[in-house]
Each structure stands twice: as C-alpha cells, then as structure tokens.
Design a protein around this ligand. Structure first.
Ligand code: MN3
Length: 240
C-alpha cells in the first residue's frame, strides 16, 4: 500500500471510532488488493522508514515491533474474525461488544487497532498541539507540562504490559489513563472509555532493545517523536 493510502485508511479507521463502520466496509482498497478477508483492511505499510525516529526509537526495535509483533496481531485478528459476522463489522462495533467475542478477538483486534494508531502518532517535525488542542489541554490539566506529567505517570505506573492514553470522554472532556494488555478506551471491558487521541505502547517489546528496563527513558524519548499534526486532527475530528 502506498503511504497516501495508508494514511487515508488509518484516517478512516480512526474516524470509524466515532462515526461508523467505514474501516471495514468503506476502505478504498478493500477487495481490490487481495485482502485476506473481504471487509478487513489490508496490512498497513509503516508511514516512514524504520530509522525515521532515531535516536529516540531505534530502527531495530521499529522493525521487530512493526514486522513481527504488529503483523502477528493483524494475522491473528484476521484469523479470529474470518468466516464470522465480525468480519463485516466496524472495529468500533467489535470493541463496544468485545466482552462477548472472546480473548482472541479482544487481544488481536486491540493489538491491530492500537498499533495502527500508534504508528501514526509518531513522526518527527510537527510543531506541537495547535491552539484548539492547547487550550483544551490547559483547561483539562492546568498546563501543557502538567498534561505531560500526568501522561508520564499513567505510562510509568501501568503494571506489566499495556498502553497509556490521552482520550476524549463522551462528555467531550480530555482525560488520561492506561489500559492493560491490548485493551483500549473503545472497549466495553475498559475501565476508561472514550475516543483515543494519543497512544503510547508501554509493552517491553516497544523499548527493551534500546532502553532495557528503563521505561521512563523511553517515555521521555517518546515526547521527541509525537506527531502532533495527527493528534490535532484526531481531536478536532472527535469534537465534530
Ligand atoms: Mn507493541
């Protein structure tokens, strides 16, 4: 898939989180490029080179993370929904009833979605939150630094494997939290619920090669490679 199509398709997937089933049914490439299951998006290309986030996230980690871990979630997700009614459903609909779909769907649909979002959350060269998001962050957390501190804390204190999130609650206020394993804020099983805006993978596989057990150093490095353009876009999209 071309970079443009990847961005478009993940944009559609992101939009599907709050507007509908387009991620499966309406993806432009569905059915035309040899998808394993007709309604399921094809495996997305990484929107930058493995070494694009050096030195903050090293090329070898990116390669293994993308090509082994992420591909594994994707393949298992496809296998879990193939031939079931889920293959025609939006990810949003799968997540909102995930408690009834079993562990393979919960873990692998989550792993596919969370990483798809994470790749687009990363990138160099963006200028930071735009004025709309900046004011919302200040309103919710007191200041940008306090927002970062709260997000860092969520990422550092997630015990074991999981994700830290900035998300928009149904009442349209911003919140920070974390989920275990491959859960996310769209799932009915999650203690925190809303539209994901910024995700940080805190599984050891995301940082162990370069940072070993030093998760806080990886979290510090993450702030150098947040693609705020994407977060801005997701925020204004979710606000409608
Ligand atoms: Mn991961």
């Amino acid at each position: 898939m071309k970079r443009r199509n990847f961005i478009k398709s993940v944009g559609v997937a992101a939009a599907a989180a709050y507007v509908g089933p387009e991620v499966f049914a309406g993806s432009g490439s569905a059915g035309t490029t040899g998808n394993v299951v007709p309604g399921v998006p094809e495996f997305p290309a990484l929107p930058y080179a493995y070494d694009a986030l050096e030195p903050y996230i090293d090329a070898r980690t990116m390669e293994i993370h993308y090509d082994k871990h992420f591909r594994g979630y994707y393949n298992k997700f496809v296998a879990a929904v193939k031939g079931t009614p889920l293959e025609k459903m939006s990810l949003n609909d799968i997540f909102s009833g995930v408690s009834s779909h079993g562990g393979a769907v919960r873990n692998n649909a989550g792993g596919f979605y969370n990483h798809s979002l994470f790749w687009t959350n990363l990138g160099k060269g963006s200028k930071g939150p735009d004025s709309e998001l900046s004011s919302a962050l200040t309103k919710a957390f007191g200041s940008f630094d306090k927002f970062k501190e709260a997000f860092d804390n969520a990422a550092k204190t997630r015990f074991g494997s999981g994700w830290a999130w900035l998300y928009l609650k149904p009442d349209k206020s911003l919140a920070i939290g974390s989920t275990p394993n491959q859960d996310n804020t769209l799932m009915d099983v999650s203690e925190i619920k809303g539209t994901p805006l910024l995700a940080l993978d805190v599984w050891e596989h995301a940082y162990y090669l370069k940072y070993q057990n030093r998760r806080p150093e990886y979290i510090d490095a993450f702030w150098h490679v947040v693609n705020w353009d994407e977060v801005n876009k997701r925020y204004s999209g979710a606000m409608g």
